[in-house]
Design a protein around this ligand. Structure first.
Ligand code: SAM
Ligand code: DTB
Ligand code: SF4
Length: 329
């Protein structure tokens, strides 16, 4: 037991004055613990910081789909690949608000709007700000993911009342160049800093299943936990393999390995909401139950993610019911 505890706390930690400074090596040691020990530690941290019977529910809407100039190898919305996703224009305000109303009626507390942009044009940002204002007026939390932002753009979103900005690190710094060539890791870190400086909460996570190794998974979690302030919301996605993208034939993610990543996120970012995000449709109920046990406490509900599908609302209602979990308000 003593040796397991040593593995959990990295050497750089000063137990009295500082929180742990997580490194890829210390997160990897954590992720390699015997599975029952890892899940026990994650569940203990979860209980100390959250009600383990509550799950935060978000709903996603793609407000501007396809035709993206970036070349993220996982993404069906990149113009670089033939994934059968035609480019469309930014949705009208009324259509977006109708979807937000439906999400609220279905039990969501947060409405997340995604756009397939490298970065928004200032004219588009006006329209998105109106969407944020409309969503908040319904009593829903708002989240947008629009690509890279400048500091003035982040300030405009803050002034519109935006609660969360989603901008994922996706994988480790070392693996990033194998997945995306049209931007670098530092671009992501810069936008995260602009969002934080504007006073908007961060939603930032990554994807498992991009051909990364265990060191990369640990490196992603260490990078997230080492941000100046950890993200309030940490989406952990399992790659949804889409025909036409370079990762269409990637090896499927092993469910136990995925739970290890969730557990590591929970232990290293105790106060954050850890979202079991894309890929739930391909997971068994039992794998999802293990994720909740290991500290996941948020999901996307609704039949669509951005362009791929997600479990039907009724299926999720049954799953949460079976597990005795309730939606957090
Ligand atoms: N274009 C903006 C950007 O990339 O920041 C916002 C939209 S983008 C689709 C949002 C996130 O969706 C990506 O950062 C990635 O983590 C996730 N994503 C995209 N395609 C995915 C896939 N096939 N499987 C899992 N997650 C995916
Ligand atoms: C996140 O981490 N996952 C969501 C949200 N943030 C924007 C997106 C998942 C996308 C899955 C593939 C698709 O439907 O395009
Ligand atoms: Fe564009 Fe975002 Fe897809 Fe990358 S993940 S191709 S930036 S929409």
């Amino acid at each position: 037991m003593a040796c397991l505890s040593i593995l959990l706390y990295p050497a750089t930690m000063n137990a009295i004055t500082q929180p742990p400074a997580w490194t890829a090596a210390s997160v990897r040691a954590l992720m390699e613990l015997p599975f029952p020990e890892l899940v026990f530690q994650a569940a203990s941290v979860h209980r100390a910081h959250h009600d383990p019977a509550r799950v935060q529910i978000s709903t996603l809407l793609s407000i501007k789909t396809g035709g993206c100039p970036e070349d993220c190898a996982y993404c069906p919305q990149s113009a670089s690949y033939e994934a059968g996703v035609p480019a469309s224009k930014l949705m009208d305000l009324d259509a977006v608000l109708a979807q937000a109303r439906a999400a609220k009626a279905a039990g969501a507390s947060r409405f997340c709007m995604g756009a397939a942009w490298r970065s928004p044009k200032d004219r588009d940002l006006d329209a998105v700000c109106a969407m944020v204002e409309g969503v908040r007026a319904m009593g829903l939390e708002s989240c947008v993911t629009l690509g890279m932002l400048t500091p003035p753009q982040a300030a405009r979103l803050r002034d519109a009342g935006l609660d969360y900005y989603n901008h994922n690190l996706d994988t480790s710094p070392e693996h990033y160049g194998a997945i995306i060539t049209t931007r670098v890791y530092q671009d992501r870190l810069d936008t995260l800093a602009h969002v934080r400086d504007a006073g908007i909460k961060l939603c930032c996570g990554g994807i498992v299943g991009l051909g990364e190794d265990e060191a990369d998974r640990a490196g992603l979690i260490a990078a997230l936990a080492s941000l100046p302030v950890p993200p309030e919301s940490v989406p952990i996605n399992a790659l949804v393999r889409v025909a036409g993208t370079p990762l269409a034939e990637a090896a499927p993610v092993d469910a136990i390995d995925f739970v290890r990543v969730i557990a590591a996120a929970r232990i290293t970012m105790p106060a954050s909401h850890v979202r079991l995000s894309a890929g739930r449709e391909q997971m068994t109920d039992e794998a999802q139950a293990l994720c909740f046990l290991a500290g996941a406490n948020s999901i996307f509900c609704g039949p669509r993610l951005l362009v791929t599908s997600n479990p039907a609302a009724e299926k999720d209602r049954r799953l949460l019911g079976r597990l005795g979990l309730a939606a957090a308000s």
